[in-house]
Write a protein that binds this ligand. Structure first.
Ligand code: G6P
Length: 455
């Protein structure tokens, strides 16, 4: 049956793992996009989520016809998918929008890059064709993120009757940084995005950067607006009080003792700035020795994009630095940093509940939902140390300790101020942070876009 509301995203709500004995087990995907969209679509059984088969488990699920209702997985040829997802989306577009390149040596746009770009074209085309086939006349299609930037244009060519929206979950590049891309690639990306009737971003700042990259004369009939995704407070608190989270909490409490906690939870992601976060924590222990033995840093960095060598090296650097700090300062009864590199959502929620201070210091981030989740869940209220470069900053900055993510000393000083915040003020700030964090929960975020698209 044709669908009236469709979303398209690289990552689906679930991904399948294939065990040696051929069994498929489903797992929820990580990252802000999946958590926001899953929550938004939970009450919309009529919607269809079109996503890619990410690995062997997903491909096998497609072959066996195993799927969730409301989900269609596309089995794009493995090499095409790898070149599009790892080679272009994550190694080029992600780096451009987050300003991540180590400029003296990268990027290099050569013949190999152009070969991969063809794969990105093919992968976007596969989505456009599937959407064109599944959409009812006049249906609304909400395309997600930088992996699918060409889909609006390609879909409009095939189905001019559709209402097409696109939402970017990342930042958008500054115009000067965007010009790093080859001219034809820049043109093609803008052409693809401007095939939409409406473009959404998390903040007005990212929306404005897009407008400047496109230029006023090209924007034409495409509307560009901000929809700052928030969290569903009630649902999050319910999830955080399940028995398995209580178990993790008991375990963590035993490890931490009665000490204060600095909590962070991220994907092992270059833009999250985990290394400078650890350097700041080390500087805190050096400059403010009164905290030695009285604080524990709980850092969860769950694996992400480990097919890319720079991500593996970065993950290794995080683990190594945590080891160094523990060796340098640890005592018989105090381990200064507890790092977890497992994908353990229950443990992350338990850490949220224990948070006295939340550390969110990305170098650049579309939104950062963790900054919104921790104040909602923390039991005693938490002080938020927040990067000025996070998309969440315009909404939360006033009640946070603002930091320049490159300034380790400023971050160390902010950690000290946050740890020292008197309880009543911490409670007041947490209340305001939680209110701002829940201002536009996923369902309302999605509905508002849908209404604007159809309206
Ligand atoms: C960010 C991106 C999403 C992506 C998520 C997880 O939130 O904006 O598009 O799904 O990270 O990354 P991954 O590459 O594992 O899907």
């Amino acid at each position: 049956m044709p669908s009236h509301v469709l979303v398209a995203a690289n990552r689906g709500p679930l991904s399948y793992a294939l065990s040696d004995d051929g069994e498929l087990t489903a797992r929820r995907g990580g990252g802000g996009l999946v958590s926001g969209l899953s929550a938004a679509l939970a009450g919309r059984p009529e919607a269809l989520w079109v996503c890619a088969a990410l690995g062997d488990g997903d491909r096998e699920a497609v072959r066996r016809g195993v799927s969730e209702p409301g989900v269609r997985m596309l089995d794009v040829p493995e090499q095409v998918y790898a070149d599009a997802y790892n080679g272009i989306a994550n190694s080029v577009l992600w780096f451009v929008h987050h300003h991540l390149y180590d400029i003296p040596t990268e990027p290099v746009f050569d013949a190999e890059f152009r070969r991969r770009w063809q794969a990105y074209e093919a992968y976007n085309l596969a989505f456009a064709e599937a959407l064109a086939a599944e959409a009812a006349p006049g249906a609304a299609v909400l395309v997600q993120d930088y992996q699918l930037a060409l889909v609006p244009g390609l879909l409009r060519e095939r189905r001019p009757d559709l209402r097409i929206g696109h939402f970017t979950h990342t930042p958008w590049a500054d115009p000067a940084y965007f010009r790093v891309l080859p001219a034809e690639v820049r043109e093609r990306l803008l052409w693809g995005m401007l095939g939409a009737d409406r473009l959404g971003f998390h903040t007005e700042g990212w929306a404005e950067l897009f407008r400047r990259c496109a230029g006023p004369e090209r924007l034409g009939r495409t509307a560009v607006a901000a929809y700052p995704l928030g969290v569903d407070g009630e649902e999050l608190r319910r999830l955080a009080h399940r028995p398995e989270v209580d178990d993790r909490l008991a375990g963590l409490r035993a490890e931490v003792g009665g000490r204060r906690t600095v909590v962070r939870v991220d994907r092992t992601e270059l833009s999250k700035n985990i290394v400078r976060g650890l350097l700041a924590y080390r500087e805190l222990l050096v400059e403010r020795p009164e905290w030695r033995g009285r604080v524990v840093h709980l850092a969860s960095a769950y694996p992400s994009r480990q097919d890319l060598a720079v991500y593996r090296a970065y993950t290794e650097r995080v683990a190594e630095l945590a080891r160094e700090i523990n060796e340098e300062f640890g005592t018989a009864d105090w381990q200064p940093v507890l790092v977890s590199v497992q994908d353990d959502f229950a443990r992350s929620l338990a850490a949220y509940r224990m948070a006295d201070v939340a550390l969110v210091n990305p170098v650049r981030d579309g939104m950062n939902l963790v900054a919104k989740e921790i104040p909602v869940v923390s039991e005693a209220g938490c002080a938020l140390v927040l990067s000025r470069e996070a998309g969440a900053f315009p909404e939360l900055g006033e009640d946070a300790f603002a930091v320049n993510p490159y300034d380790v000393s400023e971050t160390a000083a902010a950690l000290h101020a946050a740890l020292s915040l008197p309880d009543p003020e911490r409670a007041e700030r947490t209340k305001r942070l939680a209110a701002a964090a829940t201002a536009l929960p996923p369902e309302a975020w999605f509905l508002r876009q849908l209404e604007d698209l159809l309206g």
